[in-house]
Design a binder for this molecule. Structure first.
Ligand SMILES: Nc1ncnc2c1ncn2[C@@H]1O[C@H](COP(=O)(O)OP(=O)(O)O)[C@@H](O)[C@H]1O
Ligand SMILES: [Mg+2]
Length: 187
């Protein structure tokens, strides 16, 4: 079997999803980080994420929420800070690793189970020229206000169905699974 090429660049792998009329509605807005794009994004969304383009394991990711006209909440790891806009720019730049490119992304209000946010992991494989969904799981944050839900950051993986049955969404689990499977194949 031929090993597949892993595309690390988040901007590169987001592009074809944005081009697809069906998938584009499911993909948060994403731009290269700059003082200009940051300003525009914090003005457009209640929360935004700043992350390395070639990142992994939830490393170097920050979340920004606007608290008032002039105050922002900057969160990363277990840290939460109230900052002004100039302080926000300074703090974000201070956290950047030299030589790495960064992105600013529309924040998603993640679904929760017992108040803790989670993300769904889907693995697809193409053993005989047909794409098959081979693994699914849900990774639940250990804290209600967690910035990232990666297993590598101490969060826990559960069977997807178990989490969907107990989560805060109105849609029933069967319909959620159907949508997840559909979207995965479309991708
Ligand atoms: N735009 C976003 N909205 C909400 N949560 C996010 C967003 N971006 C990242 N996260 C949180 O951070 C985690 C890691 O982000 P991700 O982009 O997958 O980077 P990595 O490649 O380091 O895993 C996600 O699983 C999610 O919990
Ligand atoms: Mg990830």
């Amino acid at each position: 079997m031929k090993a597949h090429k892993i595309i690390k660049s988040k901007i590169k792998k987001t592009f074809p999803l944005k081009q697809d009329s069906f998938l584009s509605h499911h993909v948060p807005e994403l731009h290269w980080f700059s003082t200009k794009s940051l300003k525009r994004m914090v003005e457009s969304y209640p929360q935004i994420y700043v992350k390395p383009n070639r990142g992994r394991k939830g490393i170097g990711i920050s979340r920004v929420k606007q608290l008032s006209e002039s105050e922002y909440e900057l969160s990363y790891g277990n840290t939460n800070k109230r900052v002004s806009y100039p302080e926000l720019v300074k703090e974000l730049n201070r956290r950047f690793v030299p030589g790495k490119s960064y992105l600013v992304q529309q924040g998603i209000d993640l679904a929760t189970v017992n108040g803790c946010p989670f993300h769904i992991r889907v693995v697809m494989q193409k053993p005989m020229d047909i794409w098959r969904l081979t693994v699914t799981s849900a990774i639940v944050a250990k804290r209600k206000d967690a910035v990232v839900t990666n297993v590598a950051r101490g969060n826990t993986e559960f069977p997807m169905v178990q989490v969907l049955k107990n989560c805060d969404q109105k849609l029933n689990p069967m319909n959620m699974i159907r949508e997840i499977v559909d979207l995965s194949h479309q991708m």
